[in-house]
Design a protein around this ligand. Structure first.
Ligand SMILES: Nc1ncnc2c1ncn2[C@@H]1O[C@H](COP(=O)(O)OP(=O)(O)OP(=O)(O)O)[C@@H](O)[C@H]1O
Ligand SMILES: [Mg+2]
Length: 210
């Protein structure tokens, strides 16, 4: 059975493509057969990153392709263990489609109220449209400090949606490593790789519990 995991948000720049790339890299390390579907056809972030990755002779992260819709991405995936969908920043019918087709839906969010409130609203909308809460996970991204992280966890904890373990701190090194075609698990700093790995392993755990 192929597990489908998607990254969605209404806001842009929250970390969808960053987590999708890291998860693809980790799943490949774990010998899973991975397909990444880049549904953000306007930006093609993962497509372009994978091209940079291959150009620099870093190991591929599986099959990376661009699709217009979740339905198209789901065709001919029987040979894959994992389909990772990188969605566009939108709260639209297309976002609901992606969520309906996914076993796990991850929404990265920053720590400010400006980020948290629309993030919670989007999960409320998906829940009202019939997506079970058990499928919906927040990922805490671009966090500044430990106290910001604690406040964010406490606030989101009241919503009843899942929150992934670990978080991604805001670090220029994460950007720079992705510029090179590497993932946030592959920076030159062991401590940053370890922090990123906590979050990605929490995603892997959610896949294993499927
Ligand atoms: N934790 C972080 N620290 C520093 N830079 C980050 C971090 N997470 C993401 N970035 C950078 O922020 C930008 C946006 O990240 P990313 O592309 O993952 O977001 P996105 O949600 O996919 O955005 P979009 O909605 O535009 O598709 C990228 O340049 C990325 O390298
Ligand atoms: Mg993106």
């Amino acid at each position: 059975m192929t597990i489908c995991i998607s990254f969605i948000s209404q806001k842009g720049g929250v970390g969808k493509s960053t987590l999708a790339r890291a998860l693809a890299r980790e799943a490949n390390e774990q010998k899973l057969n991975v397909k990444v579907a880049d549904l953000d056809t306007q930006q093609g972030t993962v497509i372009n990153w994978h091209r940079r990755r291959l150009h620099s002779n870093y190991p591929p992260v599986g099959s990376v392709e661009s699709f217009k819709t979740a339905d198209q991405a789901l065709k001919n995936i029987d040979n894959y263990d994992l389909l990772i969908i990188d969605g566009p920043a939108r709260a639209s019918k297309a976002t609901l489609d992606i969520a309906q087709q996914s076993d796990i839906v991850i929404q990265p969010t920053g720590a400010s109220m400006d980020d948290l409130e629309p993030a919670i609203l989007l999960f409320h909308e998906l829940f009202k449209a019939g997506i079970p809460k058990s499928k919906l996970y927040f990922a805490l991204c671009r966090i500044g400090t430990d106290s910001e992280l604690d406040a964010c966890r406490e606030y989101l904890g009241q919503t009843g949606y899942n929150i992934l373990g670990g978080c991604l701190f805001e670090k220029p090194a994460y950007r720079q490593t992705q510029n090179l075609g590497l993932s946030i698990l592959e920076t030159s700093y062991q401590s940053l790789n370890k922090r990123a790995d906590e979050l990605i392993q929490s995603i892997v755990d959610s896949i294993k519990s499927e």
